[in-house]
Design a protein around this ligand. Structure first.
Ligand code: N01
Length: 538
């Protein structure tokens, strides 16, 4: 690359999860000097932090893995249909060792700032120790690549009195590594999203009393998790590439083939039969039971009513069942996948507190006050989710050309071209950023697609003696408008989901992920084939 000012590294990567590690591997393959900074004391990202009991993937293990190395995917054996957190973390650690990645990963190091310097054309990245105790350091690099994750910045609501609580508090996304003993304790869980749905059955087994504070009832589909079927594993491994290609044509992978038939085009009996089949199969495939579930409210309502019927049949106490019935559009918040969630509310030691009408008023020294009543507990679990998609970036002081803060540029919501790049921030890439399919695709292949695109782009720059790439404002505007237009054709904007930023008070309400993985991949390929159309190269 021409015009190169001396820099500590060719590229700095922030985060050592699935995205950062594969990015490092590709950068090395290009002969570039790279350093990964990671706040955690180990690699793994999401799967390093989310160690709460019951944490596991909602995408089947044979699909939730890297495909860049044929031997790796042949040799790794998953033990269950849906891999538990510890096994996914072992897999990521195995990849780090197998490809000798650790020597360029600096752990326990938090990136606090990343500033672009117009004069040198370099990024200056400031790091400190993860606990803030060590001196800050600065490192320069031509490229800065954010592999900071979509669901990594935890969200603990600002409940009055939080600091006064005398017991223990934990967030599911920062679960203590040594585990937590709930034996004989009265425990509160705040939230009923995926993390709560997975952990509540485990907490209920251990705790003396478990009180669940629910603001929005959730739709959850049984996982029907089981040991991985060896016959299926053999079949997939006999043609893993073909399996991956089939998966790439769908949102959530090869085992979730969508049914194109419209729900309202078939009889009520036929709908019931299809829903029952999907419920028995388990998992996220429920939402693709018919082609119009996320487009037509009437169609969606039939699926919602089916799940409500299931909840009524599982939960014995009709009053509790009634409280658990979701009424929002099914699937417009991420569908949950569970093992025994609704059934847990049949236990004598589990209590459900509906805080939809009367929100949690305060955390008191002895518990949680809601609806004018204090619920005394010894510990509180915040299963309150994440400042999704933009939160991890917002927690870094990122400044582009002319010193412009990203926080200012994104004050009304994230603006990106392809979710990969943002105008005014040259040589900055975001892996699975807002405006890309990310959380509405299978994350690992979506990450690989982004990493490959970025690596190919850097190779292109090198081959053409170029050192700078930046999204053009007009390409970005068109992409943001297109992303919004696609979302508006669906039912996704109709709930208070984290896809919209609606879970974090004050966050701009903008639908962040791009809907349509195959279309998106084709667009990225077209942009590259046209010499990085929509980008200024120099
Ligand atoms: O977080 P969430 P999560 N008072 O935002 C409630 C992925 N994931 O960690 O819905 C009371 O979904 C909030 O209520 P409401 C997956 O993509 C995957 O569970 O906003 N309650 C909600 O119930 C998932 O979608 C897996 O009304 C408050 C809950 O807290 C994403 O991560 C497992 C509140 C937060 O739910 C996030 O899931 C785990 C308040 N002030 C996570 N504020 C799998 O692979 C928030 N809540 C299976």
């Amino acid at each position: 690359m021409s015009g190169r000012a001396p820099a500590d590294f060719d590229a700095i990567v922030v985060g050592a999860g699935f995205a950062g590690l594969y990015m490092l591997h590709r950068l090395r393959g290009l002969g570039l000097r790279a350093r990964v900074f990671e706040a955690g004391d180990g690699v793994g990202g999401t799967w390093y932090w989310n160690r709460y009991p019951g944490a596991r993937c909602d995408i089947e293990s044979l699909e939730y893995s890297y495909q860049f190395d044929a031997e790796l995917q042949q040799e790794w054996h998953w033990s269950e249909r849906y891999a538990p957190q510890a096994e996914i973390l072992r897999y990521i650690e195995h990849v780090a060792d197998r490809f000798d990645l650790r020597r360029d990963v600096q752990l326990s190091t938090r990136v606090t700032a990343a500033h672009f310097d117009d004069a040198s054309g370099l990024w200056s990245v400031e790091t400190g120790s993860a606990d803030g105790s060590a001196e800050r350091e600065r490192h320069t690099a031509r490229f800065c690549i954010m592999a900071t994750g979509c669901l990594s910045a935890t969200n603990v609501p600002d409940f009055p009195g939080l600091e006064s609580f005398r017991g223990d508090t934990w967030h599911t996304g920062r679960w203590p590594h040594e585990g937590v003993d709930l034996e004989g304790r009265r425990v509160a869980v705040i939230g009923t999203g995926s993390s709560a749905v997975q952990s509540i059955p485990f907490f209920a087994e251990q705790a003396e009393q478990l009180t669940v504070f629910q603001r929005t009832p959730t739709y959850s589909i049984p996982a029907h998790n089981a040991p991985l079927d060896p016959e299926l594993e053999r079949e997939v491994k006999a043609d893993y590439a073909g399996f991956r290609a089939r998966a790439a044509a769908l949102a959530f992978g090869a085992n979730f083939p969508p049914n194109e038939t419209l729900a309202l085009d078939v009889s009520a009996e036929e709908r019931e039969r299809v829903y029952e089949t999907r419920w028995e199969a388990g998992g996220l495939g429920f939402v693709t039971a018919f082609g119009d579930l996320l487009r037509d409210r009437g169609a969606n309502e039939t699926a919602g009513e089916f799940v409500r019927g299931k909840i009524r049949s599982i939960v014995h106490d009709p009053e509790v069942a009634e409280k658990l019935l979701p009424s929002q559009v099914l699937g417009c918040k991420r569908l949950c996948v569970d093992t025994g969630y609704y059934d847990t509310f049949n236990r004598d030691n589990v209590h459900l507190v509906d805080v939809s009408a009367s929100p949690i008023e305060a955390i008191t020294p002895r518990g949680v006050r809601a609806g004018g009543r204090e619920h005394e507990v010894d510990a509180i679990v915040f299963a309150t989710g994440f400042d999704a998609m933009t939160g991890a970036l917002a927690r870094i002081d990122i400044r582009g050309s002319g010193g412009r803060p990203l926080a200012d540029k994104w004050a009304a919501g994230p603006l990106t071209y392809l979710g990969l790049s943002t105008a005014g921030f040259p040589n900055l890439f975001v892996i699975t950023g807002p405006g890309s399919p990310s959380v509405l695709a299978n994350m690992v292949p979506a990450i690989e697609q982004h990493v490959d695109w970025i690596a190919d782009c850097l190779a292109h720059l090198g081959e053409h003696g170029l050192s700078r790439i930046e999204a053009l404002p007009e390409a970005e505007t068109a992409w943001v408008e297109h992303t919004n237009a696609v979302a508006q054709e669906t039912l996704f904007p109709f709930c208070n989901s984290w896809y919209l930023g609606a879970n974090v008070p004050g966050k701009p309400r903008v639908f962040m992920p791009y809907i349509g993985y195959p279309t998106y991949v084709a667009k990225c390929e077209e942009v590259a084939a046209k010499g990085y159309e929509g980008f200024a190269l120099g």
